[in-house]
Design a protein around this ligand. Structure first.
Ligand code: NOJ
Length: 721
C-alpha cells in the first residue's frame, strides 16, 4: 500500500510551489474575534491575572465569533485544522480546500479526543485502573466512531507519559506511573482509534504524545524541565512511545519540555535519530500548541525564525498554532539555511497521512446525518458504564459498610453528587454536560430512598432519617489536566469539615472521591469506614457508582498510581530504588521526619466485596523466558474479578534496580470458592537493563519473583538467572 502512496506523494509534491508546501505544514484553529482588540489567549490571561473580571470576559465572549481563516485556506496556506468537531463546519472548510485551492489537497482535522467524544468515558488514569487492554481498545473504538462522524481525522491521543508525581495535573490523562501499563494502554488506544484500516470512515489516526518524558517534569510542575540519565529515560519513560510507534500510531506530538537541556520541539536526537532512524517511524510529527514559538522562551532560539529553522531541521513536520513556519520558512529555504529537501520530507509526511486516511479519494468522510446518528448510542453508554465501573477502586471498606442493601436510606452530600458537568473530568471538549448522569439523577432513576444536601445544610435532619451517609467530594475537573499542577494534593478543607460533621452523627459514612490525580487523604483513610475512588467517571458516572455501592457489580479496579500520605512524599511510586539506607524506623534512613515511609495506598491496590488468597508460586526458567505460575482463590462469598500481578526484583546488578517492577498482570474471574492458576511468561529480554555505559545487559544472579494482588505482594520465589 505505502509504495503506491509514495509515488502519488512524489507526483503531487513535484507540482507544489514553495508557498503551497509551507501551507501544508500549517495547522491552525479557529480564532475568536469580537469586540476586543487582543488575541483570545491574551484575553484569557487578562481574566486570569485580574485585569478584567469574569463577567467582563463573559460579556466579551458573547460578542465573539469564530474566524476560520478562510482566505488563507483558499490561498493554500493551511494544511490542517485543530479543534473543529462538527461535520458541517469541517465539510465547509474541506470544500474550500478541495474545490478552491489550486491543487485541491484535502485538509486534515485534528482534535483532542482524550477519553471519548460525546460519550465521555472515564479519564485515562481511571480507565487504566481496570488493567484491561480489551476495554481500553473498546472505548477507543467508540471515541473514533463518534469523533469521525463529527469530522475528526486525527486525535491528539493517547498520552503515554509515565507520571510518577501526583502534583502534576496531567497524571489524569495517562495510565499512571508504570511503564508496562502505559505501553499496553497506549497500544490498545492506538488500535481502538485507528481500527484495522485507516481508510475506513470511522478510523481516526492516533497522535501519541508527548514525546518524550513530559510526565517527568521537575517537581510535578507543568511544562517544567526534565533532566535525567539516559538509563532512566530508556528504562522508565521511552518504552510506551516505542510500543505505540510499533503498534502503528501514525502521528507523534513532541513534548513541551526539554530533555537534558534541549526542548523536544527542536530535539533532532529525539525526532530524527530515535523516532525515525531507530524506530522507523514515517508518520506525521506535529508540534504541541505554539511550541515552536515557545523555543524563544525556552532560551534555545533567538527568535521565531531561528526556532522554525531548528524545529524543521530537527524533524518537526507541522506547526500547531504558532504561525512560525508560515512566517519564516520561505525565507529560510530561499536563503539556503533550510535545504528544500528537508521541507519536502516534512511535506511528504503530511501528504502521506492524508493518503493513508483516504482523504484524497474521500475528502468528506461524514455528513450531518451520520453525525446525528452516531452519538451517545445506547451501546456506547453501556460501554461507558462498564468502563466506569471497572475503573473504580474500593480503597477502604471497614465492617462491610458496602455493598449497601437495596432498601438502604441514603443521605447524600456534596455538590459533586449532583453536578453533571463535573463528571467528565479534564479534556472532554466535545462533551455536553447534559449528557452526564449524576449520582442524584441515578438515585431518581433507581428510585432509591435518598435525601440530598449540596453543602451539608440540614445535615442532622437528613442523618436522622438515613441508614448511611454518602459524601461526594474531591476535585473539580479544572483541578487536574493541563496547567493544573498542585503544590498541595490534600483534599479541600471544606470537604474534610463536611466529612467530620457526617462522622459526628455516628452514622456509617461512605466517601465517594472524584479526582484526576491521587489525593493525600490520611484523615479520611483513618476515620471514614468506606472510601470509593470514582475518579472522573464520564457520562455514566451516577449509574456506575450506584452499581458499585449497591453491589450489582463487585469492584475490581486497582490503583495504577500510588496514593501518597502527604504531598511532601511526591514523587512517590512503587518502582523506586532502595538507597543504601532504605527508609525505616531508625534514625539514619531515607525518609522524612514528618511523613511515613510508606504510601497511604500502594500501586496495584484495590479491594473487592470478596477476598482472595494466593499460593503455589512457581518460577521456572525456559529457553527465552521465565515462566511464572500462581494460584489464586476466591475465599469469600461473592463472585469477583481479581487483577493478579507479577513483579520482579533484580537483587544485585551492575546498576541499582527498582525494588519491584511489574512484569505481568491478568484479570481473573473467580466464582466464590473457586481457584484458578494465573500464568505469566516474561521474556529475558524484558528483564535486561542498561549498564553505566548504556549497554543493554542481561539480568543475572538472583531474581525475586512476587505475585499477588498489589505491589506489596509477599508471596515470593527466588530464582537464579
Ligand atoms: C496542548 C496540550 O499539551 C496537548 O496535549 C494538546 O493535544 C494540544 N494542546 C492541542 O489542544
Amino acid at each position: 500500500m505505502s509504495k503506491d502512496y509514495e509515488e502519488r506523494i512524489q507526483e503531487l509534491r513535484s507540482k507544489m510551489t514553495l508557498e503551497e508546501k509551507i501551507g501544508q505544514l500549517q495547522q491552525c484553529g479557529p480564532s475568536l474575534v469580537g469586540a476586543f482588540d487582543v488575541s483570545f489567549d491574551e484575553l484569557l490571561n487578562m481574566m486570569f491575572d485580574g485585569r478584567i473580571t469574569k463577567e467582563e470576559f463573559d460579556r466579551l465572549m458573547g460578542t465573539a465569533e469564530q474566524d476560520y481563516h478562510e482566505e488563507d485556506l483558499r490561498a493554500g496556506k493551511i494544511g490542517s485544522y485543530n479543534g473543529i468537531g462538527d461535520s458541517a463546519m469541517a465539510n465547509r472548510l474541506q470544500k474550500i480546500a478541495v474545490e478552491e485551492t489550486r491543487l485541491g489537497i484535502p485538509l486534515l482535522f485534528g482534535y483532542d479526543v482524550i477519553h471519548g467524544f460525546r460519550t465521555v468515558t472515564p479519564i485515562p488514569l481511571a480507565e487504566s485502573c481496570a488493567w484491561e487492554p480489551a476495554l481500553w481498545e473498546k472505548t477507543g473504538r467508540v471515541a473514533a466512531q463518534e469523533a469521525t462522524a463529527a469530522g475528526v481525522h486525527l486525535t491528539f491521543a493517547p498520552m503515554v507519559d509515565v507520571a510518577k508525581d501526583a502534583r502534576w495535573g496531567r497524571v489524569s490523562e495517562g495510565a499512571g506511573e508504570d511503564v508496562l501499563l502505559n505501553s499496553d494502554y497506549g497500544v490498545a488506544k492506538v488500535m481502538g482509534f485507528q481500527g484495522d484500516d485507516l481508510t475506513k470512515e470511522d478510523a481516526m489516526a492516533a497522535c501519541l504524545k508527548h514525546f518524550a518524558a513530559y510526565g517527568a517534569g521537575e517537581a510535578g510542575r507543568d511544562y517544567n524541565r526534565v533532566d535525567m540519565s539516559m538509563q532512566r529515560l530508556w528504562e522508565e519513560y521511552m518504552p510506551p512511545y516505542q510500543a505505540c510507534v510499533d503498534a502503528g500510531a501514525r502521528a507523534v506530538m513532541p513534548a513541551f519540555n526539554d530533555i537534558n537541556g534541549v526542548p523536544c520541539t527542536v530535539n533532532s536526537w529525539l525526532l530524527r535519530d530515535i523516532l525515525r532512524e531507530k524506530w522507523g517511524f514515517n508518520g506525521l510529527v506535529i508540534s504541541d500548541s505554539n511550541a515552536i514559538a515557545e523555543c524563544v522562551d525556552h532560551g534555545i532560539a533567538k527568535d521565531k525564525r531561528d526556532a522554525s529553522k531548528q524545529a524543521i531541521l530537527a524533524g518537526m513536520d507541522m506547526d500547531m498554532s504558532s504561525n512560525s513556519y508560515i512566517e519564516c520558512l520561505k525565507e529560510l529555504v530561499e536563503s539556503g539555511e533550510v535545504p528544500e529537501s528537508v521541507l519536502d520530507g516534512a511535506v511528504d509526511d503530511v501528504l502521506r497521512i492524508k493518503f493513508e486516511l483516504g482523504l484524497f479519494d474521500n475528502p468528506y468522510q461524514t455528513d450531518g446525518q451520520r453525525e446525528s446518528q452516531a452519538m451517545l448510542k445506547d451501546e456506547y453508554r453501556a460501554i461507558a458504564r462498564e468502563a466506569a465501573v471497572k475503573s473504580m477502586v474500593l480503597l477502604k471498606n471497614e465492617n462491610q459498610v458496602l455493598p449497601l442493601k437495596a432498601d438502604a436510606k441514603i443521605g447524600l452530600f456534596g455538590s459533586l453528587a449532583a453536578d453533571k458537568g463535573q463528571m467528565t473530568g479534564a479534556w472532554a471538549i466535545g462533551a455536553n454536560p447534559e449528557d452526564c448522569v449524576s449520582i442524584v439523577d441515578a438515585c431518581e432513576v433507581r428510585r432509591i430512598s435518598y435525601r440530598y444536601s449540596e453543602n451539608g445544610s440540614d445535615l442532622l435532619k437528613i442523618a436522622v432519617d438515613s441508614d448511611v451517609l454518602v459524601a461526594a467530594i474531591g476535585e473539580k475537573k479544572e483541578e487536574s489536566g493541563e496547567a493544573a499542577s498542585r503544590a498541595d494534593i490534600m483534599v479541600r478543607q471544606e470537604d474534610l469539615a463536611l466529612v467530620r460533621d457526617l462522622l459526628a452523627t455516628g452514622k456509617p459514612v461512605i466517601v465517594v472521591l472524584f479526582n484526576g490525580r491521587p489525593l493525600a487523604i490520611p484523615e479520611l483513610a483513618e476515620h471514614v469506614p468506606a472510601i470509593l475512588e470514582a475518579w472522573h467517571p464520564g457520562v455514566e458516572a451516577g449509574p456506575a457508582i450506584l452499581d458499585v455501592l449497591f453491589g450489582d457489580v463487585n469492584p475490581s479496579g486497582k490503583l495504577t498510581t500510588t496514593f501518597p500520605a502527604a504531598t511532601g512524599q511526591c514523587p512517590m511510586y512503587y518502582a523506586h530504588i532502595n538507597t543504601g539506607r532504605p527508609g525505616g524506623k531508625s534514625k539514619f534512613t531515607s525518609k522524612y521526619l514528618d511523613a511515613p515511609v510508606e504510601p497511604l495506598y500502594p500501586f496495584g491496590y484495590g479491594l473487592s466485596y470478596t477476598t482472595y488468597a494466593y499460593g503455589d508460586l512457581k518460577a521456572e526458567k525456559k529457553e527465552d523466558s521465565l515462566h511464572v505460575t500462581v494460584s489464586v482463590s476466591n475465599t469469600g462469598e461473592r463472585d469477583g474479578e481479581e487483577i493478579v500481578q507479577c513483579y520482579v526484583q533484580d537483587v544485585a546488578a551492575k546498576r541499582v534496580r527498582p525494588v519491584r517492577q511489574l512484569k505481568g498482570y491478568k484479570k481473573v474471574g473467580l466464582k466464590a470458592g473457586e481457584t484458578k492458576q494465573a500464568e505469566f511468561t516474561i521474556p529475558y529480554e524484558e528483564l535486561s537493563y542498561y549498564d553505566w555505559n548504556m549497554n543493554k545487559v542481561p539480568c543475572e544472579g538472583i531474581l525475586r519473583v512476587y505475585a499477588g494482588g498489589d505491589s506489596r505482594a509477599e508471596l515470593m520465589e527466588e530464582i537464579i538467572l
